[in-house]
Design a protein around this ligand. Structure first.
Ligand SMILES: Cc1ncc(C[n+]2csc(CCOP(=O)(O)OP(=O)(O)O)c2C)c(N)n1
Ligand code: SF4
Ligand SMILES: [Mg+2]
Length: 333
């Protein structure tokens, strides 16, 4: 029997996991020559998953492109906290688009680079779930169906955080937001609405679609690297907890993201040409209740009376993901 390879999950920067890895397997963040694409000094809340995810993703993209990259950013928290005019925390070529047209602007940048014969310069578009799933969706679908040479990254914090936590098409059922209050028989966001953009992206049969979370930053970097190895339209959907909107502790961002994956509520996978090619299996299955309990946006499911019916409904959704993606299957990952 070959010795089992040790997998280090906490490999963020200078922690022990990184130091024990071979240099070529260490994270981009562990490299003192990383770009620091999103530099310190920005105004994100403490524990912001979006800031963490964007920093890792764009530093990985810069490494993968030998620093030949332009980023286009939709309006949203990521843009607002990083770029209060006349200051900016971005240390890369970076354009701010409108809320709803980042994929189209990124396509335009890619087309301009093509005309200039600069195939070496790559384009990344990025936005929140509102900018991606809702208002920017038409532009995104167009970018997909034309197979434009852009990697689009959605940082999914499951609501419109920048404007005060309003529901988006990615807000999960039963979650409380400013527009889905915790009142009535069916409190919070309704069941049976919203959309799953990773699956919709797969339906466009684009070269690469993947999901990731900030609970496995090494995996996030690897997926960005893989995406930059491909040409054409690529989509990366990253779950990024928002302490302010989710009512979770700032120090719990990684933990909450991990509970989302370990409960099956957020499946982590890769797809090529519309087919799932890899799945990150659940290491230790947890109930959805463990995930819900650490977030005040679900507090109404436990107080003043326990809503076992709603919790069971959410559990059924997680169970369906486990079945659909084979999240508990054993074997090679
Ligand atoms: C056409 C238009 N409508 C509304 C707004 C106001 N607005 C700016 S950002 C935002 C929400 C952003 O939500 P999301 O894309 O999920 O990003 P987050 O802030 O959550 O990271 C809204 C409604 C706008 N800028 N433009
Ligand atoms: S509101 Fe949420 S997404 Fe916005 S900066 Fe704060 S933690 Fe980040
Ligand atoms: Mg959002």
């Amino acid at each position: 029997m070959p010795a089992q390879r040790v997998k280090f999950y906490q490999t963020g920067s200078f922690v022990v996991g990184n130091r024990l890895l071979d240099p070529e397997h260490r994270t981009v963040q562990a490299d003192t020559h990383r770009t620091n694409s999103l530099n310190s000094g920005h105004r994100a809340c403490q524990g912001c998953g979006e800031a963490l995810g964007a920093r890792y993703a764009l530093d990985a993209a810069m490494r993968a492109t030998d620093n030949q990259m332009v980023a286009v950013n939709a309006t949203g928290c990521l843009e607002v906290f990083s770029t209060p005019y006349p200051e900016s925390s971005w240390q890369i070529p970076w354009l701010h688009s409108l809320f709803g047209n980042a994929p189209a602007v990124a396509t335009g940048v890619a087309a301009a680079l093509k005309v200039k014969g600069r195939a070496d310069v790559r384009v990344v578009g990025q936005g929140g779930d509102g900018g991606t799933v809702d208002i920017g969706f038409g532009c995104l679908s167009g970018m997909f169906e034309r197979n434009d040479d852009v990697l689009f990254i959605c940082y999914d914090n499951e609501a419109y955080m920048n404007t005060g936590v309003q529901r988006s098409g990615a807000t999960p059922p039963a979650a409380r937001t400013a527009t889905t209050p915790a009142v009535g028989d069916a409190p919070g966001n309704v069941f049976g609405q919203g959309k799953n953009v990773p699956l919709i992206a797969m339906a466009h049969e684009i070269p690469y679609v993947a999901t990731a979370t900030v609970s496995d930053l090494h995996d996030l970097e690897a997926k960005v690297r893989r995406a930059m190895e491909c040409r054409g339209a690529r989509y990366l959907h990253v779950l990024v907890p928002c302490p302010l909107g989710w009512g979770s502790a700032s120090c719990d961002t990684i933990r909450v993201a991990r509970l989302a994956t370990q409960s099956g509520l957020f499946p982590v996978f890769e797809a090529e040409g519309g087919e799932v090619v890899a799945v990150t299996h659940i290491r230790k299955l947890v109930s959805v209740e463990e995930y819900l309990r650490v977030q005040k946006r679900y507090a109404h499911l436990f107080h003043p009376t326990r809503r076992s019916d709603v919790i069971a409904h959410i559990q059924a959704r997680a169970d369906r993901n486990v079945r659909r993606f084979g999240l508990l299957d054993t074997g090679e990952q």
